[in-house]
Design a protein around this ligand. Structure first.
Ligand code: GLU
Length: 412
């Protein structure tokens, strides 16, 4: 089964619980438009290398397609299609006026010089420019892409259009029209989801421990803000391995250490070295997978000791694993709810760009909190009403949000 097929399983379970036209699921099971491009880059050694890039626009029913662009050696059309589908559902769950999309380039950016990375980035925008724009499809950062890459993309797109177009992309630096609070937004939303999940079982943050897999933008900000919320962070990991400390870790200090050690956390003083697998299986209250897809599978799901899994990453848990976790009483706060804080603040950034009027950081944080708490409550109440997992409930919420506009538009 490929990733896309796997991603449809909870959607199908949700459909069975509802009395909806089967067309609702069928429409979002097929991206509206996909594009594959080739990007030639003259490398520093004088040779030409051709890179492959993709953009999948899953849906524009609720608004412009929205979703990040990732740079990773394993990017494929299947992955981008799946991630675009999740964005449609994520935006619907968060209550945003957006559809869903995702893009990516097959590349390990660590192997490229800054010059090569810039040429590749600009070349990708040149190729996808006909189908993106502030009212059509609004990209953002994702795995291995950041504010510098967004700046090159905005500069290239502005040149193509001959106008200043900050609203065509989000996740920009503040001086490029970015929003305060965007960098930490996904992690902040994960933290809110953790606190709200604990609340459903009457657990105080101070009485809970947490392990975070992944220490990129989402993992590091999740760890920092979960720590600030009062939980004890006992295990962290990144691509170089994991660290464990029973007494608790200060993620701010770990981030400072990583900045001085090629971005890696291994060897952080006073900790025990552990594998990535051991971090997932740590004896904690809350586990936050914040790296890549397919981390919790039928092979390790029964070894998970956490009572709550809050998905910072997109698609970290397979449907097989979901069955095991549900049987074991683990509450899984799904990606399309838990990591929706990023795209929510992307929405705020876009609104500020369209208005050319900027908000304070307090405003952003307060509004994000309100969106996240409302979405969590909606999904939680739906899970109680239908007696289904939080994941299936999130799909019920998304399908409900999409069904009426589909009908009114004449699609059903
Ligand atoms: N890449 C992020 C996600 O998967 C953010 C997308 C966005 O802000 O458009 O949710």
């Amino acid at each position: 089964m490929d990733l896309f097929e796997m991603s449809q399983i909870p959607l199908e379970i949700a459909m069975k619980k509802m009395k909806l036209d089967p067309g609702v699921a069928a429409i979002i099971e097929h991206p509206e438009r996909t594009l594959e491009v080739s990007i030639p880059v003259k490398m520093d050694n004088g040779t030409v290398q051709i890179f492959t890039g993709y953009r999948s626009q899953n849906s524009t029913i609720l608004g412009p397609a929205k979703g990040g662009i990732r740079y990773h050696q394993n990017v494929s059309m299947d992955e981008v299609k799946t991630l675009g589908f999740w964005m449609t559902c994520k935006c619907a769950v968060a209550g945003l006026p957006y559809g869903g999309a995702k893009g990516g380039i097959v590349v390990d950016p660590a192997k490229l010089s800054q010059r090569e990375l810039e040429i590749l980035t600009r070349g990708f925008i040149d190729k996808i420019a006909p189908i993106i724009g502030e009212k059509m499809d609004v990209p953002a950062p994702d795995v291995n892409t950041n504010a510098q890459i967004m700046a090159w993309m905005m500069d290239e797109f502005s040149k193509i259009k001959g106008e200043y177009t900050p609203g065509f992309i989000t996740g920009k630096a503040i001086c490029m029209g970015g929003s305060l609070g965007r960098t930490s937004a996904t992690g902040r939303g994960v933290m809110t989801s953790v606190v709200e999940a604990l609340r459903t079982k009457g657990i105080k943050p101070e009485d809970a421990t947490c392990a975070v897999q992944g220490f990129g933008n989402v993992g590091s900000w999740s760890a920092k803000l979960i720590h600030d919320a009062g939980l004890k962070i006992v295990a962290l990991s990144d691509v170089g391995g994991g660290i464990y400390c029973e007494e608790g870790l200060d993620p701010y200090k770990v981030a400072e250490y990583a900045a001085k050690h090629k971005g890696l956390i291994a060897g952080y003083p006073g900790t025990k070295a552990v594998t990535n697998e051991k971090v997932l299986e740590a004896d904690v209250t809350v586990l936050v997978p914040a790296a890549l897809e397919l981390q919790i599978t039928q092979n390790n799901a029964s070894k998970i000791k956490a009572k709550f899994i809050v998905e910072g990453a997109n698609g970290p848990t397979t449907p097989d694993a979901d069955v095991i976790l549900e049987k074991n009483g683990v509450m899984v706060v799904p990606d399309i709810l838990a990591n929706g804080g990023g795209v929510t603040v992307s929405y705020f950034e876009w609104v500020q760009n369209l208005e050319r009027y900027f908000w304070t950081e307090e405003d952003v944080i307060e509004k994000q909190h309100a969106f996240m708490v409302k979405a969590f409550k909606n999904v939680y109440e739906t899970s109680q009403k239908y007696n289904v997992s939080m994941r299936v409930a999130a799909y019920i919420v998304a399908l409900n949000a999409l069904a009426e506009p589909m009908k009114l538009r004449g699609m059903l």
